[in-house]
Design a protein around this ligand. Structure first.
Ligand SMILES: O=C(O)c1cc(=O)[nH]c(=O)n1[C@@H]1O[C@H](COP(=O)(O)O)[C@@H](O)[C@H]1O
Length: 235
């Protein structure tokens, strides 16, 4: 539930880096400023699961972002395997079979399933081009209802959808938002974005931030500034 999360623990730094060595160097630079790390495609295929175990043994929280989507049996077994690394969150795409299988696979392990609703790099035209007939707002709402019914633990969504999705899923599911851009930072390939302060004010539980921190000249200063913005927005 949002009110129980300490402000500092709401920032998840995405370790989108090519190898363990730069990832460990980044973690050392960020030090006590950051308590929660995301390990995604780039690092997970470069030894990232060993880093997940190391981070969780060191008392940090870990989000394994592998966005699973396959037949149910494969997803279930994949999630069973992923539940052994000490992570807090793992991602799957928000398809009913996939979400149901992921919930079965996580069992009582303590690993929480996050369903990715509509990627933050998509706008309305991108969604139509991919063959969907719904507007983004309708699509995320449909997927949020299905996720809630299936017992999924949380959603990954754009901060633009947080308020609407909170009304659907209530306080028991975590709302995790990438697409976070501090004022003045480069947008890159993200399309549905907000500043940290606005995302928190909209009701996000966790903010996922990659390039604005890991590509900053001073990553610790960038993380500290976002932490301060989060704390200010919550006060
Ligand atoms: O599942 C995710 O974390 C995710 C979902 C989504 O819709 N959009 C999105 O950007 N992400 C991830 O969040 C991170 C955002 O990174 P930056 O755009 O560099 O801040 C990346 O690691 C993405 O893979």
């Amino acid at each position: 539930m949002p009110q129980l999360i300490a402000p500092k623990d709401r920032l998840i730094v995405s370790l989108d880096l090519p190898a363990l060595e730069p990832a460990e160097a980044m973690i050392a630079r960020l030090g006590d400023s950051v308590t929660f790390y995301k390990i995604g495609y780039q690092l997970v295929y470069a030894g990232g699961l060993s880093l997940a175990r190391k981070l969780s043994a060191a008392g940090k929280k870990v989000f394994i972002d592998v966005k699973l989507h396959d037949i149910g049996n494969t997803v279930m077994r994949g999630v069973e395997s992923l539940s052994t690394h000490g992570a807090t969150f793992v991602t799957v795409h928000a398809y009913p079979q996939t979400m149901q299988a992921a919930v079965e696979g996580r069992g009582n392990s303590g690993l929480q399933i996050l369903a990715v609703t509509v990627l933050t790099s998509y706008n309305e035209a991108d969604l139509q081009e991919a063959g969907y007939r719904h507007a983004i707002s309708d699509m995320v709402a449909i997927r949020a209802r299905q996720a809630k019914t299936l017992g999924v633990d949380g959603l990954v969504c754009s901060p633009e959808e947080v308020a609407a999705l909170r009304a659907i899923v209530g306080d028991q599911m975590s709302l995790v938002t990438p697409g976070i851009r501090p004022a003045g930072s480069s947008v890159g390939d993200q399309k549905r974005i907000m500043t940290p302060a606005r995302a928190i004010a909209a009701g996000a539980d966790y903010l996922v931030v990659g390039r604005p921190i890991v590509e900053a000249t001073d990553p610790k200063a960038a993380a500290d500034a976002i932490q301060a913005e989060i704390a200010q927005a919550l006060s």
